[in-house]
Design a protein around this ligand. Sequence first.
Ligand code: DQA
Length: 151
Amino acid sequence: MAKVLVLNGPNLNLLGEREPDHYGSSSLDDIIGDMRSLAGACGVELAHVQSNSEGELVDTIHGAAKDGVEYIIFNPAGFTHTSVVLRDALLAVRIPFIEVHLSAVDAREPFRQQTYFADIAMGVISGFRGESYLLALQAVLNRIEPGQAAK
Ligand code: DQA
């Protein structure tokens, strides 16, 4: 069965209460629940990790390679704009990933318009609040061979 990892960075555990004008009113559990329904219906295994620690996110990316994860859907949150080490981890494991943001980062403060990931990502989806994650998952599902999904 194809494995997809959803990886969320700092402060995203507070979704639902945190700045709803930017991030919407859905909790992270709501979003992951919707993703699990879609992944399950398509015979794809979905793992989820949220961490407020950069080192734990690096370790999770390294572990994903050992676990045979085929795609990562990644919201690096504030680390989007700062983290060479997370970029290096993704380059090291060479797992294709989609960068996701709830808010429209390109329409916000100038420092949010810089990303350490976009040029090495399969693509970037931003601005659709929780739906950004489902759009990313759909893009991943489109790339998983039908025979590979339920194996
Ligand atoms: C975010 C955008 C980042 O700039 C911010 O630091 C976040 C969330 C988003 O999903 O819109 O924590 O990644």
